[in-house]
Design a protein around this ligand. Structure first.
Ligand code: ME8
Length: 513
């Protein structure tokens, strides 16, 4: 049965990053997760749009520009480049890089605003309350901690008291609708713990949201007014701009309805409460789901510019390699949990999993095959699929990975692949083809051929996670580019007798602790 066309469009988004800072491990992490999901969906045969970019307006950015003695325009042009460069350093397959200072975005955000006005969702008032410039967020006093005369957020950022004219979005109207929507769509917010958090936030009561500012200028103008748009309205609309809003054709709507917002847990409220409420308010379809991942610390400490302990992804990649850095971030913690970064744990992962377990296995088998079988597969594997333990396990693994990936269990997928690699290492140790080769070359040939077919499975499965190493494995196996999708993981595509491999390539060097 052919799949409905709707299933084949996927739209993945990262948050757009503030340009007040240099990109660090946290930004790299979200981008790598999105890239992994993108590559995975493509291998499943989906058409994928993947957008990332920079959030360039608001008080925080205006202040950062002032500190550097630059105009906001010059400043954002300069800093946005660092984030664009990161996408190429990470080799992520984004299809768009959006900047909120682009004309297409101003048109889209203004259109979105006008829609809210048209639907009678905006009114003029006066905001008196607390504001955190760091989070670009309004807070109610009950959410804050008082330290002497100062009020702080739960995360320790200082809030300022502001009083100014403002437009308000009628967020309070959407409380019931939101709760109903969460009930009907239990997968809308993941992991489940975050869904529960959001529900209790909404249940505790929603106040109308101040959506414009008048005390500074750096932002998109509210149509027909001297206010500027609250930076979060401006920012959230980027997800629509990127697919051509307001001109979204039926093809783009399919992408939108299959849109997954990957975000950090810090910005859940904006994505899971404000954004769906605003979309409901203009009667626009909602994205498919939101996944909030956890937070990285550096050797137990919160990463912050003031502590000067940010982890530079460029430095890590130069030192250890891109696949190694990706693997660590994806494998070290289950998606959704917090993680602690240290070079020591990165090295442990590289040495034990990538170098010893995967790299050595592939090297020793392919080198032996080159030396003794002239790089040719000595045995045909088609008939082995039903009976051979290793191949059956490989088959099982493919289906298992598909289920887990669609459930965002990235770390578990890698754990399962590497347990399989462990099994293959045991198999090599047991059958010792280098010894049995002299006494029983046919058996050695069969065992080696089974291993190579297992490598084809591993090489294809690992592509979304460690793309460069997988490419080397598949190049060594001489697998054509067009035969690397998941639907090639069947016995019909198994390697046949006399199939010729290429020369082995080195994979992962070991590092000293
Ligand atoms: O919030 N660990 O931008 P931002 C894990 N512009 N992820 C981290 C991290 C860490 N220590 N630090 C940052 C904004 N991140 C808004 C978003 S979207 C419409 C507007 C990642 O530059 C994580 O994805 O502060 C987090 O949500 C995002 O960077 C915040 O980036």
């Amino acid at each position: 049965m052919s799949k409905p066309a709707l299933m084949n469009s996927t739209y993945i988004t990262t948050p757009i990053f503030y340009v007040n800072d240099l990109p660090h491990i946290g930004h790299a992490y979200t981008s790598i997760i999105c890239d992994t999901i993108t590559r995975f969906k493509k291998l499943e045969g989906h058409d994928v749009l993947f957008t990332t970019g920079t959030d360039e307006h608001g008080l925080k950015v205006e202040k950062a520009a002032k500190e550097k003695g630059k105009t906001p325009n010059d400043f954002v042009d300069e800093v946005s480049k660092n984030f664009r460069k990161l996408t190429s350093t990470l080799e992520i397959q984004n299809t768009d890089f959006i900047r909120t200072t682009e004309e297409r975005h101003k048109i889209s955000a203004s259109f979105f605003w006008n829609k809210l006005v048209e639907k009678n969702q905006i009114y003029k008032g006066n905001y008196k309350g607390w504001y955190s410039v760091k989070d670009e967020s309004f807070y109610q006093e009950k959410e804050l901690i008082k330290e002497g005369e100062i009020f702080k957020t739960q995360d320790g950022s200082v809030v300022d008291w502001i009083e100014e004219d403002s437009f308000f979005f009628k967020l309070s109207l959407w409380e019931k609708e939101l709760l109903k929507f969460y009930e009907l769509n239990p997968d809308f917010i993941k992991p489940l713990s975050r869904m529960n958090e959001v529900k209790s936030f909404v249940k505790s009561g929603l106040k109308d949201l101040s959506v414009s500012r008048t005390s500074f200028n750096w932002g998109i103008k509210v149509p027909n007014s001297d206010h500027i748009m609250y930076v979060w309205i401006d920012a959230l609309t980027n997800y629509l701009t990127s697919i051509g809003y307001p001109k979204i054709n039926s093809k783009k709507i399919k992408f939108w309805e299959n849109c997954i917002h990957i975000i950090g847990k810090d910005i859940l409220k904006f994505h899971a409460v404000y954004w769906p409420a605003m979309l409901m308010a203009i009667n626009h379809p909602l994205p498919k789901s939101i996944f909030a991942h956890g937070w990285w610390t550096n050797e137990g400490k919160k990463i912050s510019k003031s502590l000067g302990n940010t982890v530079d992804p460029n430095e890590m990649i130069n030192k250890f390699g891109l696949d190694q850095f990706r693997y660590f971030l994806l494998r070290e913690v289950p998606l959704g949990n917090d993680g602690d970064f240290s070079e020591k744990s990165l090295i442990i992962r590289i040495n034990s999993d990538l170098s010893n377990n995967l790299g050595n296995l592939i090297q020793r088998v392919t080198k032996f095959l080159k030396k003794n079988f002239n790089n040719k597969i000595p045995y045909s594997l088609i008939d082995e699929y039903e009976t051979n333990k290793q191949l059956k396990q490989g088959y099982f693994l493919i289906n298992n990975i598909k289920i887990k990936m669609n459930n965002f269990e990235i770390s578990k997928c890698l754990e399962d692949v590497f347990l399989y690699i462990d099994e293959l290492n045991k198999f090599v140790d047991e059958c010792e083809p280098w010894k049995s080769f002299k006494l029983d070359p046919e058996k050695a040939g069969k065992d080696l051929s089974i291993l190579i077919e297992c490598f084809r499975i591993i090489g294809i499965i690992l592509q979304p996670f460690i793309p460069n190493a997988s490419r080397k494995i598949l190049d060594t196996l001489n697998i054509k580019e067009s035969s690397r999708r998941f639907d090639n993981l069947t016995r019909e595509h198994a390697l046949k007798k006399s199939y010729e491999l290429n020369n082995p390539q080195p994979l992962f060097p070991r590092y000293e602790k």
